[in-house]
Design a protein around this ligand. Structure first.
Ligand code: SF4
Length: 339
């Protein structure tokens, strides 16, 4: 039996659901090229905040990578620089989202290219984004923007190439998304609130779900596959808990090298994944209660904006912001000594 079709085309061997098996396309390339820039918790411009502390895929990944990084981003909410690569990711996501506003027959490559300019005009209204392309921007950055970043036209052209690559991987005229940039959230029985944004959700006539995420980097090496799938399993868990349906396919589309990684989770795996998230959350709660967020030095520190405040680099973190944490809904907080 062929797998349920989600886009009008009977699923191929690559697209078909195989329980617990990751499937990839062509040869693997190097590690992701999006650096350590955190994936956004919400679409650009959206300012809604959760009603109480919650866990998203990116913040869970932060804590796993480095508890102190989690604190800086989630509790201190320290500002971070935006990189040209991250802004390009936002731009390409906006183009692919808007492409599906068009009638199916009009979703052509030309139409998609035509969406790049207007999406950029909206993004550049943010002074921080505009400053990235100001003369001399990035000259002082350790992992500075590439030459592309110093040439807006070249940078826009690179975004256009990513959009072009998308058309080699999917035929948007044959897909009718059920949701785009869709917030998915669920409260687990123990009170843990999970929330995140799905790039695209497809629902077949028979109810089969496909979760799609666009990456502007390249396919990760096999050793990094599970890290890439962490985010997708998170979404699959939330959808299963809210809809009672295990997604038939989790699909990561890598526009950097025109490859795709597909995976079919099963129910038992999602149960185990739920326990993993609960364990991560318990560790976060312990860290919040004690104020003890340890740094974890790895090669990803090269991309961290907070080295000056990090003990691993001779810095001193600011006092734990208990008031801000309380305002964000954390109830068990450490006693903060004040001078
Ligand atoms: S520099 Fe490294 S160890 Fe320090 S907070 Fe950043 S990621 Fe963590």
């Amino acid at each position: 039996m062929p797998a349920p079709s989600l886009d009008g085309v009977t699923a191929t061997a690559q697209d078909s659901a195989q329980t617990g098996t990751a499937q990839t396309g062509t040869a693997r390339s190097g590690p992701p090229t999006e650096g350590a820039a955190p994936p956004p918790d919400r679409p650009a411009g959206e300012t809604a905040t959760p009603r109480r502390p919650s866990l998203s895929p990116s913040r869970a990944a932060d804590f796993k990578t480095c508890p102190l990084l989690y604190r800086f981003r989630t509790i201190d909410r320290l500002p971070e620089r935006r990189s040209p690569a991250a802004v390009r990711g936002t731009l390409v996501h906006a183009v692919l989202e808007r492409l599906y506003d068009l009638p199916a027959r009009d979703r052509t490559l030309e139409a998609a290219r035509g969406l790049v300019g207007p999406a950029w005009e909206e993004l550049r209204a943010d002074p921080e984004v505009a400053a990235l392309f100001a003369e001399g921007a990035g000259d002082d950055q350790p992992v500075g923007p590439s030459l592309e970043a110093r040439s807006l036209q070249a940078w826009l052209a690179s975004a256009g190439r990513l959009v072009e690559t998308y058309f080699r991987l999917e035929d948007p005229s044959r897909i009718e998304p059920h949701g785009r940039e869709q917030l998915v959230e669920v409260t687990l029985p123990d009170g843990l609130l999970l929330r995140g944004y799905v790039d695209r959700l497809d629902v077949a006539p028979n109810g089969a779900l496909r979760v799609v995420d666009y990456k502007t980097g390249s396919m990760p090496r096999e050793a990094f596959e599970s890290k890439a799938l962490f985010q997708m399993k998170f979404y699959a868990l939330v959808l299963w808990r809210t809809r009672g349906v295990v997604a038939s396919q989790l699909k990561l589309i890598y526009l950097g090298d025109g490859d795709a990684l597909t995976y079919a989770p099963d129910e038992g795996e999602l149960v185990r994944f739920e326990r993993t998230l609960q364990a991560i959350w318990a560790a976060i709660e312990r860290a919040v209660a004690t104020g003890d967020f340890r740094p974890n030095r790895t090669r990803l520190c090269d991309w961290c904006d907070h080295q000056a405040l990090c003990p691993s680099f001779g810095g001193t973190p600011p006092p734990f912001p208990a008031e801000a944490a309380a305002a964000a809904g954390w109830s068990t907080l450490p006693v903060v000594e004040r001078d």
